[in-house]
Every structure is written in C-alpha cells, then in structure tokens.
Design a protein around this ligand. Structure first.
Ligand code: NAG
Ligand code: NAG
Ligand code: NAG
Ligand code: NAG
Length: 511
C-alpha cells in the first residue's frame, strides 16, 4: 500500500541528488578584497597563522554562494577593523586540487563555513546568519570569550532571552575545577548555545530556587523553562545540555520557531514516535496525554513529536496514509521499521506504545517489492534499494551531481545549479532515458504535491545554517525532468519519503 496508490518508487533517470546551499564569489572589480582567497598551496600556512579565522568552502556554480558573496565580503571589510581583526577566507572546494581539503574538513554542501581557532587545531561549524550584519554580530561573539559574565539584570536579559536555550553557570567565584569545566563546555558548544556565568544568581530571570554551590542553570522556552544541574564532569554536563534542550514533545507545525527542535528530533539516534492530528481541533486533548507518555519514556530511546495536519502532508504521503486517518500515531525505528495506529484516541496512546515496546504491534510496510530485474536505463528505486543505488553511488564525497544517460555515460555536472540549466544539461545528454521513464500519474500527482519549485535556501537568516534546500531530479514522462524541492517544513519528511537514514538538512554524510 502506499502513498495513496503510491509507491515509493522513484524513477531516477539519473542518480542525482541535490543540495542547494549558499556561497561564493566574484565581484571582480579592482577594489581591495577583504576576503582572503585560499587554495591548497597556501591553506595550511594561512590557517596556522591565525588564532581565529573563518573559511567559506564554496563552489562556483552554487547560487547561494553567489548570494552570500557580497554579504561575506562586506562582513570581512567591517571585521578587518575589529580589535583584534577577524579574518574571513574562502576556498573553491569544487576545484580538483582543493577537493582533498574540502573532504578533510567534511564539506558536504555549499557553502560550508567553518570557524578555525588556534591555528586550525579547533574546528567548528559556523551556525550564524548570512547577512553582513548578522555575520559580523555572530563572529564578534564567537571570537570573544565563550561565556559572558553577567553583572547586571541587563546582562542577564541579553544572554538568556525569551525564545532560545541559554546556559548560565553560577559560581561563588570564577575559579576552581567546576568553573574550568563549565568554561570548557561553553567553548565546545558555543556555536550552538549562548553561555553566561555569574556570581549573583538573583540577577537571573525566572529565578526562584536559589543555589548555594556551583550550579549550571539551563533556560529554555518550553517545558519546565529552567533546570539546574550540579554534576560538573564534562561528559555529564554535555549530556545534561543535550537532554534538557530537547523538548519532551517536539512540535511540528508551520511555526518556524519550532524548526530547530524538529531538526534535533530527526538528528536523534532514538526511535521516533510521531503523532499527527489537526491542531485546531485536537491539540489540547492529545497534548497532555502524549506528554505524559513522552515523559515516561524520557531517556528510554524513543523521541516524541506531535505534528499539525496542516504542515504534515509530506509525512502522511510518505507513510501512505490518508488525512482522514488522523489522529494517527507512527513509530519509526532506527532500522527503518514502522508501526502505526490510525484513529488513535488520546487515552489509547499509552497502551499502544506499551504494546509496541513489548513487540506486540506488527511492523507496517509500504515500500514496493524490489524489482527482480533492474537493468533498464531508468532505474526503479524503491525504498529498500535507495541506499545502494543512489546513496552509495555518490562516492565523490560531496554534492556533485552526476547524470547517467541511457547509454551508460556518466557525466559530471558542473554547470549552474539552476533548474533550467540542469534540465538543459539533461535534455542534451539524456539519450533515451526520459522516454523510457514510466511514471504512474498518481505518483506524478504525489510529487506535484510534494514539490515546490524554487531554490530558496531554507536556512535563510536563521541560526540554523544546516537547513538547506534539497533537490532531487526526477524523470517524468511528459514533463521531462523536474527539480523537486521540498518546502522547508517538509524536509524531515522528505528524508523520510526517500528513506534516508538521516534528515537531508543535516548535511547528509553521503554527499
Ligand atoms: C593562495 O594562492 C592563490 C593561488 O596562487 C592566490 O590567488 C591567493 O592570493 C593566495 N592566498 C594567500 C592568502 O596567499
Ligand atoms: C571536570 O571534568 C573532568 C573530565 O570529565 C573530570 O575528571 C573532573 O572530575 C571534573 N571536575 C569536577 C569538579 O567535576
Ligand atoms: C482542522 O479542523 C478544522 C475544523 O474542523 C478545519 O476547518 C480545518 O480545515 C482542519 N485542518 C486541516 C488541515 O484539515
Ligand atoms: C552561470 O550563470 C552565470 C550568470 O548567472 C553565467 O554568466 C555563466 O555563464 C553560467 N555558467 C554556466 C556554466 O552556465
């Protein structure tokens, strides 16, 4: 069964994937460029000379790189007069001689920005905005101390804020092993969270419980809002931050504020429970029951998400279920098995999860059978073979788009990554491929619903740079080739739809 007649078959006349991003270049007039241009011959020397340097790995064809370029240059010019100067550099990662470097730095999409400290000994992903002002702001903070001292209520407000996770260390004095470990934690996680430290707990918002010994207080915009922790072993601290900054129930809706948590949900190694319902009707009734179940399963290898029907089309299609089956609960395990119960009532959730845990719920399958003969030029990719046929064939290490024509020619695509250019390239090189593609119209409709056109970078100006648009090129019988882009909200389900072992926006390791 399936995506309403749907088969998760994907006919790829080629094997190609994706990925739009941002980065790069040109603007070649004669004025001084503040962004350093690096290549394999001088990369290491340059990095070694700097305590703090940012490197943008870009590709000349990448549209988002082009969009970033003027902003990056402007930021570089502003930051050049910062004290001490903050240096921004760039490397053409598409250039063959530079590819080794790109692969050393695990570059899997463009643009990728890395913050290198300490002569390159410490490497962090840049997770800031992409406009000049935002870049400047973020990098000033990143180049300063990892934790800000809080001396006033205003300082506290600046660190803690209303809508984010922030972590504050409370210490009688700023010395000793606890303080050292806290600072090490802040250094390690500084690109993900804001850190502060204070000797006066009363300055902090939402205060209430006072602490007398060194303590770490995590502020968050959900669940219990404030959590204290007193084990200063580094591993314990990190685990505490990781767990406490994850909502008991992740909410998936059209609200972008939930987005970072949805990404976290999909990045988690846990099994995933997803409850889909119409928020405007059933939210209140289900929320508390579901939360109870989620609390009960905290730290038991299962994460919980609640999705609004209005934002979950992609997911429902992926699971091959219909809107009228909601409220619907689905569990997907790390090995890809699925379990589901349509029309679940709020007070059935706990017992159903219990049955699932006891192995009493049969797994649900939607993928088509693997075709016995699969030698046609147009491959039929079903969920079970996607990994082998598509992912494992992208051996190059990062998002190179390949096109495999009907006669078996493998061509690397180095053109601009616009839909038109790619279509033109494929049309020119396709031999018989597109003609042989047979796609049921039902599937085409499904794809139409899934796909929106465009190349917007979903990461945009949010702090979560890792959210990127992903494009899958598909062959359709009468449309030729289309680029299919998921809406930002549907990325997690896109990954699901394609049975990727991770979400697309996590900079997939296969690319
Ligand atoms: C690195 O080498 C390239 C190619 O020779 C050159 O264009 C670039 O300016 C050099 N960069 C630095 C920082 O020396
Ligand atoms: C600081 O962290 C290290 C490494 O985890 C640990 O060995 C040490 O006991 C910690 N110090 C305190 C006071 O917890
Ligand atoms: C949710 O329910 C309301 C009220 O019945 C309805 O108007 C709305 O269309 C439903 N939303 C979706 C996405 O079906
Ligand atoms: C890519 O697009 C730019 C204009 O945006 C154009 O000048 C350039 O020739 C294009 N490159 C290729 C390979 O099509």
């Amino acid at each position: 069964m399936a995506i309403s007649n749907s088969r998760v078959s994907i006919f790829l006349s080629s094997i190609l994937l994706l990925l739009a991003s941002v980065a790069s270049i040109s603007g070649s007039d004669d004025s001084k460029e503040f962004v350093l241009t690096l290549d394999h011959s001088n990369f290491s020397d340059t990095i070694a000379k700097h305590d703090f340097i940012v490197v943008e790995f870009y590709a000349p064809w990448c549209g988002h790189c082009k969009k970033l370029a003027p902003e990056y240059e402007k930021a570089a010019s502003i930051l050049s007069s910062h004290d001490p100067p903050i240096v921004l550099a760039k490397l053409d990662a598409n250039e063959d001689s530079n590819r080794e470097l790109a692969s050393k730095y695990a570059v899997r999409g463009f643009p990728t920005l890395k913050i290198l400290r300490n002569g390159g000994k410490s490497i962090q992903d840049y997770k800031g905005p992409r406009d000049a002002e935002g870049i400047v702001e973020y990098l000033k903070k990143q180049s300063g101390p990892p934790s800000t001292e809080i001396k006033s209520v205003e300082d506290a407000t600046a660190v803690v804020g209303e809508q984010k996770v922030a972590i504050v260390g409370i210490f009688p004095e700023f010395s000793g092993e606890e303080y050292k470990n806290f600072t090490a934690l802040a250094e390690k996680l500084r690109s993900d969270y804001d850190f502060g430290h204070t000797s006066d707990e009363k300055l902090l918002p939402r205060s209430g419980s006072s602490v007398t010994k060194p303590s770490v207080r995590l502020f968050k915009p959900f669940d219990e809002l404030v959590v204290d922790f007193q084990d200063f072993h580094l591993d314990a601290l990190e685990k505490f931050v990781e767990e406490s900054s994850t909502p008991t129930v992740t909410v998936f809706s059209k609200d972008p504020a939930n987005h970072p948590y949805v990404i976290k949900f999909f990045n988690s190694p846990n099994a995933k429970a997803l409850l889909f319902l119409n928020f405007s009707v059933d939210y209140d009734v289900y929320k508390s029951k579901y939360e109870e179940v989620a609390k009960e399963h905290k730290s038991k290898g299962i994460s919980f998400l609640m999705g609004d029907l209005g934002a979950s089309q992609g997911a429902l299609q992926y699971f091959g279920v219909k809107e009228d089956q909601v409220p619907l609960i689905i569990v997907q395990t790390t090995d890809g098995k699925k379990y589901l119960k349509p029309k679940v009532e709020s007070d059935q959730i706990a017992s159903w999860i219990k049955e699932y845990n006891e192995g009493k719920v049969p797994a649900y399958r939607k993928s088509e059978r693997i075709p016995e003969s699969n030698t046609e030029s147009v491959k039929v990719v079903v969920a079970d073979t996607f990994q082998d046929m598509v992912l494992n064939s992208a051996k190059n290490g990062y998002p190179t788009v390949y096109f495999r024509s009907a006669s078996g020619k493998i061509l690397r695509y180095d053109g601009n990554r616009t839909k038109e250019d790619i279509i033109e390239f494929i049309q020119k090189n396709k031999d018989q491929a597109a003609k042989e593609a047979v796609l049921q119209s039902s599937i085409k409709e499904e794809l139409g619903k899934h796909c929106i056109e465009g190349t917007e970078d979903a990461g945009g100006s949010s702090r979560h740079l890792r959210v990127h648009a992903a494009a899958i090129l598909l062959s359709l019988p009468d449309k030729g080739i289309v680029t299919c882009l998921g809406s930002p909200q549907s990325f997690p389900f896109f990954s699901y739809f394609l049975q990727l072992p991770f979400p697309l926006h996590s900079r997939a390791p296969f690319l």
